[in-house]
Design a binder for this molecule. Structure first.
Ligand code: AMP
Length: 402
């Protein structure tokens, strides 16, 4: 079975094409600058062969036409007919309270997603554009929506509610939803596989540390808490997002700077986080370089980043009544040994004890990086959200056939 996975953003479409006979990636690529000057598609085959097509890609439908064109082209493609695509899996950011698992796209799903655009105004509309475009171009191919929020729908009510008037939850759905769910689910399942353990009975904390960052507490395979909330701005310090902040400070800044909600949102989403503190960059590698050269604000940004993750690990261990497995993933979690050390330092009282001879220099590879006799298994597990989406899509399609 061959599955196309699409991640449609406002001006880009990332895609990966899988053969699920052996979970292998056949091709991947990205359409960028949709609706702008200089739009292009970059396509890469499994053997590393790359090709770029420039063109007027004015909307998502044209972008998807480009993708289908290159996948089925005689020269650069990997299928001879589009019918070889068994199904399309979409990354959908917000599934609200309704979608507790991945779903076959039908009219009801589309209507619900339209409703949830209010909750994710930046993300759900482009996700929907991808779904509409595929419906128009390949109406007979089934589509599956895989939600970033679905994994967290198992959070207990006392964990997802904000202490605000209850009527606002009922009226507008103001609560914590969490995001990155597909990644947290994938790495926690993969860690259990690697350890040869059932997720039943295990208390796991997953740290997805990339440009966006979040931590998740997983008990018996179910998310019981996560650091992102109503929007992806809550929680850890991110590339450009502030993470947790006193809302009193938010209204104070808005008053003093005479800015409205739109500008405040830009301030806390785009100009804060590592970028805001360092004044240099949102990219961890550049911050690390700056810190090594003695830049004090970069050094502070690193300290704050590690400290915030450490606090969440402590609180989630308390929330679950213990900890068995701690997982690092995402661009920073998978690649930065110094960040992993900085976070784990001082957590020996919890049973976290890194083996630096394994941790140092480890990049992008699955490994257990804790000492053999440590109580908590600390692991690096590279995430693969696209494969998880493809696997979910396959399961749903197979279920349809039976
Ligand atoms: P992601 O959003 O998962 O692609 O992660 C992006 C983040 O990973 C950026 O902050 C990068 O600087 C960081 N990153 C990627 N490679 C490394 C590395 N070798 N060491 C430290 N950080 C890295």
């Amino acid at each position: 079975m061959k599955i196309l996975v699409l991640n449609c953003g406002s001006s880009s479409i990332k895609y990966q094409f899988f053969s699920l006979v052996d979970n292998s990636l056949i091709a991947k690529g990205i359409v960028e600058k949709i609706g702008m000057k200089g739009s292009f598609l970059k396509h890469e085959k499994q053997d590393g062969q790359k090709v770029i097509f420039e063109g007027e890609i004015m909307d998502h439908k044209i972008g998807i036409e480009y993708i289908l064109g290159v996948l089925s082209s005689a020269k650069h493609g990997c299928i001879s007919r589009l019918e070889e695509i068994s199904a399309v899996g979409h990354r959908v950011v917000h599934g609200g309270e309704l979608f507790t698992e991945s779903k076959l796209v039908d009219e009801d799903v589309i209507n619900a997603l339209e409703k949830y655009t209010e909750l994710a105004p930046l993300h759900n509309p482009p996700n929907l554009k991808g779904i509409y475009a595929l419906r128009a171009l390949l109406p007979s191919i089934p589509q599956v929506a895989v939600f970033d929020t679905a994994f967290h729908t198992t959070m207990p009510v006392y964990s997802y509610m904000y202490a605000i008037p209850y009527a606002l939850y009922k009226k507008y759905g103001i609560r914590r939803y969490g995001f990155h769910g597909t990644s947290h689910r994938f790495v926690s399942m993969r860690a259990c596989e690697i350890l040869g353990r059932s997720c039943q009975g295990l208390k796991v904390i997953t740290c997805h540390l990339g440009n966006g960052t979040s931590v998740c507490a997983i008990k018996d395979g179910h998310s019981v808490d996560t650091s992102m909330g109503f929007t992806p701005v809550e929680g850890l310090i991110m590339g450009t997002r502030s993470g947790d902040i006193d809302m009193g400070a938010v209204s104070y800044i808005m008053d003093k700077e005479k800015i409205g909600t739109k500008s405040a949102s830009v301030l806390f989403n785009k100009h804060s986080g590592l970028l805001g503190i360092s004044g240099l960059s949102s990219d961890m590698r550049e911050i690390r370089e700056g810190a090594d050269k003695g830049d004090e604000r970069c050094q502070l940004a690193l300290k704050m980043f590690d400290y915030r993750v450490k606090k969440y690990i402590g609180s989630y261990a308390a929330a679950m009544g213990g900890l068995d497995v701690l997982i690092f993933t995402g661009g920073i979690g998978e690649n930065s040994d110094t960040t992993r050390s900085g976070i784990c330092e001082g957590l020996e009282f919890l049973g976290i004890d890194l083996d630096e001879s394994i941790n140092q220099g480890l990049r992008g590879k699955e490994a257990v990086i804790s000492k053999k006799d440590a109580r908590v298994k600390v692991m690096v597990v590279p995430t693969n959200e696209e494969l998880m989406i493809a696997i979910d899509t396959q399961k749903i399609i197979e279920h349809l056939k039976n």
